[in-house]
Ligand binder design. Structure first.
Ligand SMILES: Cc1cc2nc3c(=O)[nH]c(=O)nc-3n(C[C@H](O)[C@H](O)[C@H](O)COP(=O)(O)OP(=O)(O)OC[C@H]3O[C@@H](n4cnc5c(N)ncnc54)[C@H](O)[C@@H]3O)c2cc1C
Length: 490
């Protein structure tokens, strides 16, 4: 077998080694979401050449789909410190670190200005979908010389043509937004679900804005027990206040929908805004504005005229032998059932996936949603993200596979470690923080934003640099020590 970077997790590329066919090629970053763009900024900072391939017509294309949603993380937890420094050099005035952005704010105030910086803009290809990644000239079975060969990245370009590019390494930050989980309790689409798609919206519709007409005066079932479900439930109940006749049913698989209703206490959550969702939801269930159907395992979906029915078994407690047949009828369904990763682009690569979550195998136990919430996932890096294929790594939302606990602060820490590994900075790559990264990144960003705001009041902006080489030597860049200091929110 070829050298396995599971055993040598930092040897994505050895800068002191003999130059190989990979040397001099760009590092391809798949996806221009917040984590992909952060990866590009970190690569530039380390003097490597990024090439960001984005399937959508704009950066942050997935976030654009949920731009109306307010994040539960404040700005200080949603910015990558290296990217902030890059922006700061051009006179960007950052947001209030304690305010909660919407998805739209994240795009307009952060991702779009970042992507517009000349150093990044000319390294981003929009409307360019990666359809496959392989090792040049070797299929998955062949080992000799594998780690010396470039990657072959097959793309469908903006004109619809298939083309092959070569890459030194591939950082996959393509997210999971376009692959929602189905309604079926078994993880498969429920019988009839695909045929009923006209009455099902997967994800987070803009109930109070763009999609209002679809829900006004109608009965909607929201399926799912996470924070996305809570967001949609609160939105439909607000609409209910304005438009009588609007009804909302909340269907969940478990008999006791925890942690959302179980907590019902903003103070009990490490992110107060997220805890507030649970509190508000619990109150609406309590006063009957939202009808809760718990223990509901959906097996069948049917369209009947203008209505949709969800059918399945309802378990009233933990005893799985005690079930009754249940049918719930509505006009619309919002499926807030989470997301799963699509590893189809990497079928010719050697991946080691955790069997339940489909994350990297070593990362799985650290992010298991049965054990961890977002805030309790420990900091991690290349050691936990590595696959047996040297040079291919999955970061960001997709790195968590099916686990719903991903936070941007974690993604930024991942790319810091991955890029350090890529340049052979073993100390930077191996560093492990004690505890979650949220507090440290918040402290770093807060300091950067406040310093920048003070400075910009005194002096005009400089012109944009091509490459932020000075950043590595700069003061407040989120060094290993910064990331491990827990001094700030939440
Ligand atoms: C509604 C919602 C609220 C959230 N709130 C928070 C919060 O408050 N705090 C927090 O920390 N996190 C939050 N998250 C979680 C997470 O931080 C976001 O999902 C974030 O967008 C993940 O960033 P990413 O860069 O990994 O992926 P994405 O933002 O999903 O970006 C992936 C990019 O890759 C592109 N792409 C996909 N496939 C391909 C391909 N084959 N070729 C090329 N390009 C491709 C997509 O078009 C997209 O632009 C939230 C998520 C959701 C859905």
């Amino acid at each position: 077998m070829a050298p396995n970077n599971g055993n040598q997790p930092f040897a994505l590329e050895d800068p002191d080694g003999v130059p190989s066919a990979r040397t001099g090629l760009p590092v391809v970053v798949i996806g221009a979401g917040p984590v992909g763009l952060a990866a590009a900024a970190h690569l530039l900072e380390r003097d490597l050449e990024p090439l960001v391939l984005e399937a959508g017509p704009r950066v942050g294309a997935n976030i654009a789909q949920w731009r109306h949603v307010r994040l539960f993380s404040p700005w200080c937890l949603t910015l990558d410190p290296v990217s902030v420094r890059l922006l700061d050099l051009t006179g960007w005035t950052g947001p209030n670190p304690d305010a909660l952005p919407t998805g739209g704010d994240l795009l307009e105030r952060y991702l779009e200005p970042l992507a517009a910086l000349p150093a990044l803009a000319r390294r981003i290809r929009l409307n360019t979908r990666v359809v496959a990644v392989a090792r040049q000239d070797l299929d998955k079975v062949r080992s000799p010389g594998r780690d010396q060969l470039p990657f072959l990245v097959r793309i469908r370009d903006h004109q619809g043509e298939l083309r092959d590019l070569r890459a030194r390494a591939v950082i996959d930050a393509s997210g999971t937004w376009t692959r929602p989980n189905p309604l079926g309790a078994a993880g498969l689409p429920a019988l009839g679900e695909p045929d009923a798609s006209a009455r099902i919206v997967y994800g987070l519709p803009d109930v109070l804005g763009r999609d209002r007409g679809r829900y006004t005066g109608r009965r909607t079932v929201v399926v799912g027990a996470g924070h996305s479900a809570a967001t949609s439930l609160l939105a439909v109940s607000e609409l209910q206040q304005q438009a009588p006749g609007t009804q909302v049913v909340w269907a969940v698989r478990s008999a006791t929908p925890r942690p959302l209703v179980g907590k019902g206490n903003a103070g009990a959550d490490e992110l107060p805004a997220r805890g507030q969702l649970a509190t508000d939801l619990a109150a609406l269930v309590e006063n009957g504005r939202i009808q809760l159907v718990s223990g509901f395992r959906i097996t069948q979906v049917e369209l009947a005229g203008n209505r949709i029915t969800l059918a399945g078994d309802q378990f009233l407690g933990d005893d799985l032998t005690q079930a009754q047949r249940l049918v719930v009828e509505a006009d619309q369904v919002i499926a807030a059932t989470g997301f799963r990763p699509d590893h189809a682009i990497a079928t010719e690569l050697r991946l080691a996936l955790e069997p339940a979550l489909e994350s990297a195998a070593t990362l799985g136990p650290l992010i298991d949603p049965n054990v961890h919430t977002c805030g309790t996932v420990p900091a991690h890096g290349i050691a936990e993200l590595a696959h047996p294929e040297p040079g291919y790594v999955i970061v960001g939302m997709k790195s968590y596979g099916r686990a719903p606990t991903f936070l941007l602060a974690t993604g930024y820490q991942q790319v810091r470690s991955v890029v350090a590994a890529l340049v052979g900075d073993h100390a930077g790559a191996v560093h492990r923080d004690q505890g979650p990264p949220a507090a440290a990144i918040c402290a770093t960003n807060r300091a950067l934003l406040i310093t920048a705001q003070r400075r910009h009041r005194r002096q005009p902006a400089a012109s944009a640099p091509d490459r932020p080489t000075s950043l590595v030597a700069g003061a407040a860049v989120g060094t290993a020590a910064d990331w491990s200091r827990a001094t700030c929110c939440p």
